[in-house]
Design a protein around this ligand. Sequence first.
Ligand code: DLL
Length: 434
Amino acid sequence: MFGYWDPQLERMSAEDLHALQEDRLKAMVRFVYDHSSFYRKRFAEAGVEPGDIKTLEDVTKLPFTRKVDLRDNYPTGLFCLPKNLVVRYHVSSGTTGKPTVVGYTKGDIEAWSDSLARALTSIGLGSNDVIQVGYGYGLFTGGLGLHYGAERIGATVIPMSTGNTERQLELMQDLGSTAIACTPSYFLHIMEVAEKMGINIGKDTQLKVGIFGAEPWSDETRGRIEAGAGIKAYDIYGTSEISGPLFTECHCQNGIHVWSDLFLTEIIDPKTGEQVEDGERGELVFTTLNKWAMPLIRYRIGDITSMTHEVCECGRSHPRIMRLQGRTDDMIIVRGINVFPSQVESVLLRMPAVGPHYQILVDRDGPLDVMTVRVELTESGFSDKIGDLMALSKRISKELKGVLNIVAKIELVEPGTIPRYEGKAKRVIDTRKV
Ligand code: DLL
């Protein structure tokens, strides 16, 4: 049931993968040097030339690339091939500054689809499946990315895009969706709407798999989704700069397989830029090994995770990255303490009275930062006894203090009050910057 898309490649020995990456890295470095004035300049500043890259370990001699480089060279300054070879653009809006544009050759799209074909196969999907794609179609990479990957494995695709939740549920039933791909926060909303419509997803649909990502989420949310909808919930990761959604966990649900033939993955200490050991957390860095319209050398995504090179129980030898905590720029600093929304989520969802929707409000009271966590109660957790609510507030505050070492104000709100999102959820409202 859980097969491989490309068994030889997915189970390649560490030595063979190393050799393959080394060859591809050298070719990629030479390619960007020959085709991009941006990289030639960067390499010159770092005092490195393609000939200096002899082994895989030499990657550390290469300079980093960052999102700001894409913005500064808007729209296509980092492209390495002429427009006639570019078959598609995706554009990410970004919350600050100029958007970033990514271009793809026909081959780039094929490699992207292949990456997802391996991933979808690893969670047991195949040509008998009906995959409902509930990520946005258009400039965002989620919809079209999953669409192509799902078609690649011969599955039947329902190109739903986001929104229109009742219709999502109707078609899920009528067309027999066996998998859905959307943000985890949107699926939580779908679950609520299903309940209101009297649909029991576990019993009244054929759904068995969820492919959830594009935003940070926690194992606690996974637990709620799996128990509530009777499906398996898998994590999917990617960013527009490296193509879009690319990698998922396999059925073992123990880390996301990053395909080494396509990307060289490093985890670095964000402060020093030095590589960290397996298992240590740091910032994710990708070098593209088979992406040609807009290759990236040592691109610092800003996401925090750790990596393991241990062969997975499923037999795949490519490294795995662990659940992503969020981008360094999602992190809020409250009274000097780093807080990731995903940490707050983990604490909240340990409590059955608390629903999966929450907001973190950060404001300033004079010189002091004040963090308020707005917590939505579940129907069963909602009580009109003030004593119960106070006890719950106290408990949440204590547990958050235990994890974050911050005293947060807790504001309990009625079920259904916090905004729902069809794409990426907005969890943090930081009014200090305004
Ligand atoms: O979100 C691509 C994507 C589409 C991934 C559909 C998965 C599914 P961007 O809009 O460029 O691309 O945002 C990328 O979202 O750097 C992470 O911070 C965050 N992110 C994506 N997947 C996950 C995940 C798409 N599984 C940014 N867990 C990334 C945590 C995630 N964060």
